[in-house]
Ligand binder design. Sequence first.
Ligand code: IVH
Length: 675
Amino acid sequence: MENLETIRAKIEKLREEIMYHNYRYYALDSPVISDQEYDALFRELQELEKKYPQFVTPDSPTQKVGFPPLEEFKPFEHRIPMLSLENAFTEEEVRNFDLRVKKQLGEAPYSYVVEPKMDGVAVEVTYENGILVGAGTRGDGRVGEDVTPNVKTIRSVPLKLVAFEGAPPPPRLIDIRGEVYMEKEDFEKLNKEQERRGLQTFANPRNAAAGSLRQLDSSVTASRPLKVFFYGVGYVEGFSFHSHWEALDTLRKWGLPVNSLRKLCRDIKEAIEYYHYLEALRSELPYEIDGVVIKVNELEHQRKLGEKTRSPRWAIAFKFSAHKAVTRVIDIKVQVGRTGILTPVAELEPVNVGGVIVRHATLHNYDEVMRKDVRIGDYVIVQRAGDVIPEIVEVIKDKRTGNEETFIMPSKCPSCGSNVVKLPEEVAYRCINQKCPARIKGAIIHFASRSAMDIEGLGEKTVNLLVDKGLVKSIPDIYALKKEDLLKLPGFAELSAKNLINAIEKSKRTTLSRFIYALGIPYVGEYTAGVLAEHFGSLDKIMNASKDELLQIPGVGEKVAEAVIAFFKNPENRQMIEKLLESGFIISQDTRDVESSVADFWQGKTVVFTGALDRFSREEAASIVKGLGARVSNSVSKKTDVVVVGKNPGSKYRKALDLGITIMNEEDFLKMIKR
Ligand code: IVH
């Protein structure tokens, strides 16, 4: 048996290695190993920590998940108030700011640091002796909300600061400020997923970041792609910086992500030039910025300049002219989605917003129309933030003539005329007709989409044609299509028709999780489909699962369980599945998410049980792991891979310890069979 001290040292070394690679990845944006190599290191550490839980420390890079949900947020007091910034919209205002600075500093030379102004949510994080101990939102500047568990789930926020590149050791106590944000692409993915699950979408990346951060259940935050850039320091004890530039550089060397687009400028002219440079770069950036922040670099000067009530005199936000424009709402139409949800969309008089002609703006849902009080005929300010779908910022009420028309949610579906209902606990209105053409189209588009059946060539346009021409009335009809049918459609020729038929045929070979996802069960997104596929392993088992069985799966709550049950209870859905299977589907076990796959973990492993388990009899537990591909043995030997230890374990436990075999208690075991 390896000496415990050696193991501890090994764990420590692994952690250091991982922290170094985190630093390369998140702080420098320049990794030196592949993702696979990183994952291997991470897994090695996880395994060791599992075997030797006595060596687990709260600041280990593995400790990024798993905090119990909160009832409410506790207050988080800022030791130094978090101020906001004065805004400037013109170069003149910026030059005036510089004149004020110059005047107050007398003859002393000074420089500026110019940084992108991130459009996200402000946070403050506290490190004590380099360990992350707290995090709070800005709140009113003096007191915010304690979001420590949430911030701990953000991957780029180190749990422990390490001094790289000859940086000084982290101080006794330091409050560091930054902006939590979501990248544009991640935001769009999240919204699509929300939409798919029939959940509320976010208006823009900033709202998505804020909503994701302010979650009482930090596992929700963990599932959202949040990032952070740190841009400043609040209270510090046991250390002092000389300049802002130096502070940012030191933060980065401690492993904190700092935006690399910061620039040290000699004077205001250079700062303004850099503003224009970033403005030109803006649309290319993966995240949204709404301007730059210009800060006096020398901290001594900052102290001398001081602050006004709400903002410092040493900094100013120079905002980009937002991509906004005024236009008129010609009409408010309603779109019907796959799940029957009705989404109001404003039709606008075409207007150029930041170089793009905008004709529509989503209004998300009826509540939003009411909240913004948008009426047909209104003049409105529309905004196009980055590449995001245009939205109506506000109504110009002064321009109302009294002839504007209030929008009323139709009581009949605009696509099929069926009744529209609103479920009491939902914001959304839905068409109740399962056969509504708009819903059928949506369902087929979803079914054929890339993450589902991945049928190339079967996009929105073709689906609309197929449904409108009556060639396809439900999903299984796709599989009865012939080349001749397609040739009758506008835009199809021999080759394109053949290609589509081939793509349809090819899609019959698929994985269970894709198939489940493709069905379009409300609340069952890609991730949940994967979880169900992994857990049950066969379509039949999923279709016949009880609510209790479903609820036992981590990540499956009431809503999902009920939606799954309701979906498979519906005879029409069962019939559809039957028809699909009859057309020759070959559904294989998932290979998509190999790493997290339960079966993958247990496949071929030799498992020994010792002691009494609370939740299972020995036989039950054995049959579960056998079902997952493991062998069960009665005695521990070098060949044993896992020993599951219950209450009052016998000598097998000792032996497993001696041989250094992976040991799981009942909790671990439960997690490993459910994951
Ligand atoms: S410095 C006293 N730097 O903008 C200085 N703020 O309107 C305060 N923000 O609440 C902030 N990017 O959340 C600073 N590079 C940056 C920033 C930034 C975004 C946000 C910050 C603050 C708001 C002020």
